[in-house]
Write a new protein. Structure first.
Lengths: 339, 147
């Protein structure tokens, strides 16, 4: 009998894991954004001395893992598992980043929802008593993502106003069975929702129904209300996806408007940085969590948040074949103290 | 959870929510930049004519020079900035064609000279060539049959 399951798709942790350390490394554009001061390291250029975008992304993730280990004062041998993912085919950034780490590895793919997917799974593993320390990490890179999903960088194309800008960066946290918080107390696993949007340049609209589904389900399952959270923060819906999600939730009688934020909308300056609908990518919610949100929770400005990373689960082939975009969102409750 | 929209209603709703590009501004940018590229082409043509090259040769020299300029500006990371503003204004001229071949060549250099540069160079320009050449063959046949 599953005694930790709330409602249909939410889990309540009896032994909530603590986030004992975080680290984030981002590219120059993200560093110039409004959250720049919260990141641990800002790169001067997007290649970081590597020959290819893919190698650069791997290096960003590898160094983020090293940084989080040293800030937690832990050795790789202290870590039981690492749960990681990225956007590139076969999760290659993660595979190469973790190749030499000697840490048992679960590779995940949930597109841009991977960060909360890894947090939810790691929390279950720790709550279940299967591990004491787990690293959750994801990354994305503007250039490698453009190359895989869109056009060569130097091609003179115009980006539509609905398009989003893939975040160059990586965020990592260490979850531990032993710690003083912030704690992950609940996780709501998302379902795939596909409302028929086919435009890969409007991922916010594709993901909004999935985000609203998970957020609505979270409150239904837990019996909670939005005012118990200081912030409901989605991964990378962007401005358009946020507006739509808010609209859908209001129609369903769930009003989060006054505490609704989005990592993709926060990470860039809309007017100054020409990023159109906002940021996106696995690295978006990861770096904003590891940089901004984690530090705000530690500092006491935020006590309880619902982090909802959102993913558009398409591939270049599915888009070319005219398929619509299946989307998903996973949520985790992060709170400073228990009770 | 039951979504409050049907798929069709949702698509209509999203279309209404999504901002459209500023057509007026884009048209002006395209007109000015596309026009300037043509002016540069005309100046180059006149320079070649002034140096006494025959008209047929000048047409070739002119194209070659413009292709070089397009490729060069792509190589030094300028053409994409131009394209971001000018859209079709910098895609349609022959410099845009050069950009569409050089940009994938640069992007896929990391996959080697055969399967990277060689195979991917025509990723964008390939369809233009296939359908451009096909159309000209069909028009040529029609011209041959009905002239």
């Amino acid at each position: 009998m599953a005694n930790k399951l709330l409602g249909t798709q939410t889990i309540k942790f009896n032994n909530p894991p603590s986030i004992v350390a975080s680290a984030s490394i981002v590219g120059p554009k993200e560093g110039q954004g409004p959250l720049g001061k919260y990141f641990d390291k800002i790169l001067n250029d997007e290649l970081w001395g590597e020959k290819t975008w893919e190698k650069a992304e791997s290096k960003i993730m590898r160094e983020t893992i090293n940084t989080v280990l040293s800030s937690a004062n832990k050795a790789p041998s202290d870590i039981n598992f690492i749960l990681a993912g990225d956007l590139l085919n076969q999760c290659l950034s993660s595979n190469y980043a973790i190749r030499e780490s000697n840490i048992p590895y679960f590779g995940l793919y949930g597109a841009c929802s991977t960060m909360t997917e890894s947090l939810a799974l790691a929390s279950m593993i720790i709550d279940g008593g299967y591990a004491d320390n787990i690293i959750c990490v994801t990354s994305s890179h503007f250039c490698s993502a453009e190359k895989q999903f869109r056009f060569p960088l130097e091609l003179g194309t115009q980006r539509p106003l609905t398009s989003q800008w893939t975040v160059t960066g990586s965020g990592a946290v260490i979850l531990s069975s032993n710690g003083n918080g912030p704690f992950i107390t609940q996780a709501t696993a998302g379902k795939i929702v596909d409302m028929g949007i086919k435009d890969a340049n409007n991922m916010g609209a594709a993901m909004a129904p999935a985000a609203s589904d998970t957020i609505y389900r979270h409150f239904e399952d837990t019996g909670g209300i939005p005012s118990e959270y200081d912030m409901v923060v989605t991964g990378d819906l962007g401005y358009i996806g946020m507006e739509i999600t808010d609209d859908i939730l209001i129609k369903l009688g769930c009003r989060i408007t006054d505490r609704f934020r989005d990592c993709g909308a926060m990470i860039y300056d809309r007017e100054r940085q020409d990023t159109h609908a906002g940021g996106s990518g696995c690295g978006c919610s990861a770096s904003v969590l590891a940089g901004y949100l984690y530090k705000e929770i530690l500092g006491g400005n935020l006590n309880r948040i619902l982090l909802v990373s959102t993913g558009a689960l398409m591939s270049p082939s599915s888009i070319q074949q005219g398929e619509s975009i299946p989307s998903i969102a996973h949520a985790v409750t992060i709170q400073k103290t228990l009770g | 959870m039951q979504q409050p929209f049907t798929k069709k209603e949702y698509q209509n709703y999203v279309d209404k929510k999504s901002p459209n590009s500023n057509i007026g501004k884009n048209l002006i940018w395209a007109f000015v930049v596309g026009g300037l590229i043509c002016v540069v082409g005309q100046v180059i043509r006149n320079l070649f004519l002034a140096r006494g090259y025959p008209v047929d040769t000048v047409a070739n020299l002119n194209s070659i020079t413009m292709i070089f300029l397009g490729a060069f500006l792509t190589g030094i990371n300028i053409y994409d900035d131009l394209g971001k503003k000018a859209g079709a204004g910098s895609i349609v001229p022959i410099t845009g064609f050069a950009n569409s071949i050089v940009s994938p060549a640069m992007e896929y250099r990391s996959e080697g000279y055969i399967l990277g540069v060689g195979a991917r160079m025509f990723l964008i320009a390939g369809p233009v060539l296939v359908y451009g050449i096909t159309t000209s063959v069909i028009i040529g046949l029609l011209y041959y049959m009905f002239r």
